[in-house]
Design a protein around this ligand. Structure first.
Ligand SMILES: [Zn+2]
Length: 78
């Protein structure tokens, strides 16, 4: 099922929304600050294909203190 990633332009929070079907209209607001200023984040597949847009990939992970967002910059592995 389709998972869409969004990034909040206000607090930079990255989150995923699971859209079950088109009829199920989901409110597109940031779960952290309730901002509606969101930008669509392309999937990792698109990043791998070399999509433009800063070249940074953000990833939200679950960590002991909640959810952490890390950024991965494409380049040679160290
Ligand atoms: Zn936010």
């Amino acid at each position: 099922m389709p998972i869409f990633e969004f990034k909040c332009s206000t607090c930079q929070e990255v989150f995923e929304l699971l859209l079950m079907n088109d009829k199920d209209k989901v409110e597109l607001i940031c779960p952290k600050c309730n901002s509606e200023e969101l930008e669509r984040v392309m999937s990792a597949t698109h990043y791998a294909m070399g999509a433009a847009g800063g070249g940074m990939k953000s990833q939200t992970r679950t960590c002991p203190s909640g959810s952490c967002t890390t950024y991965e910059v494409p380049g040679p592995a160290s």
